[in-house]
Write a protein that binds this ligand. Sequence first.
Ligand code: GLU
Length: 482
Amino acid sequence: MDKVKVRFAPSPTGPLHIGGARSALFNYLYALNQGGELVLRIEDTDLERSKREYEEEIIDSLKWLGITWNEGIGAGGENGPYRQTERLDIYSKYVQQLLDSGQAYYCYCTEEELEDERQALMAKGEMPRYMGKCRNLSDAEREERQKQGIRPTVRFKVPENKEYVVDDMVRGQVSFGSDNIGDFIIVKSDGIPTYNFAVVIDDTLMGITHVVRAEEHLSNTPRQLMLYDALGFSHPRFAHISLILGSDRQKMSKRHGATSLIQYREKGYLPEAMFNFLAFMGWSPEGEEQILSPEQIIASFSMNRVAKSPAVFDLDKLNWLNQQYIKQKDIDELRVLLKPFLDKSIYRAELDKLDDARFNILMQAVHDRLVCLGDIDQVLAIFFQEVEYEEEAVEALKGEEVVKVLDLFCAELPEPEEIDQIKQYLKEVVKKSGLKGKNVYMPLRAALTGQLHGMDMPYLILIWGRDECIRRINRAKTIVSD
Ligand code: GLU
């Protein structure tokens, strides 16, 4: 068999969405698993909606995710150009071939005529489709319309009464009758080819062996098969991967929160977590393991294990994965990753006051608590915000012997320098109090933080320093005496 060659062919009409990223990833995984290659092609034939900024954003997102390609935009190759609007000359040769062989024709129908036809068919309960008005125009009729200055489209003559079977690697055999498909446009009146036409030419000339793409394109595939046949090309194999649904099982949309990869990046999801998460959206390896490296995923990826049913976007799972990947980082790595978030932190001024040792301790403190890097201010709040006493903390402060505990804590509190030193000091306070550990730690935590749960106290004490601890305790005492 030929070496596997797949492509990711985004339309640069918006940022890279979760669905697009998943398609790109499955192409990448399949290519690498098969020892094949990936091409990046830009399908920008929608002139109005396509933008260079989006193309750049898509490329940035792919790179961020860790997807690399062997050919195409940014990688070069022998089959370029790789942007469809730069391939117009190539397409026109094949359009001419279809016109010359009578498999395509000029269509002069106006928007209104087409709309009237649609309405009439729908009124009869029939599938709206082009019924071939311009299929058999005489030369004279054509000239007449040309003279009127109408700029024609080019339509492909759909073979009548034929069955087209897509032998899909994910969905199995799916057949389409040609009679439900009207002669479709392959070149728009502005001379730009349509997606269905350009994709066939490009996939052929670029030597694509497998087309792995979103399920929404399955219904386009019979049209593409017709074009492959008409042009005398053999067609690649197809794999249509299922839709992505939101947690309410509706098609994923903005309603479900962030949909573009950039948004996840900005919130501080790690690319490794996203890679892992997206790979498992519609595919699963054998076994129960949920956290796999790109190498492991590549090694076990197979189309046989790609699900036909829709994938559901499970934000809790992504959060869980991201937290696991953050935990795997060491403190130096975490510092680097957090830098852009800390630069924008509302606690910037407080952070600047910390010496390096304390800053590192702070990093250790937040390490296990971050779901995503963008949560950093939320996790830091306990360190830098004025105490707000929760009701249960107020209750705890009203217990017996609370004042004694608070006084004992303050009595010989040293300037904290190390976590172990603080742990030791707290143990001594417990000992001196003669109380159970819980009866010391709970009121202390309530007094210092206003809460009964949360960040380990030694971290807080170390970052605050002696004076701030005593200030907090004194403030809490006013509640105890209320
Ligand atoms: N440009 C198409 C899209 O972004 C890709 C279609 C294909 O992969 O054939 O949906």
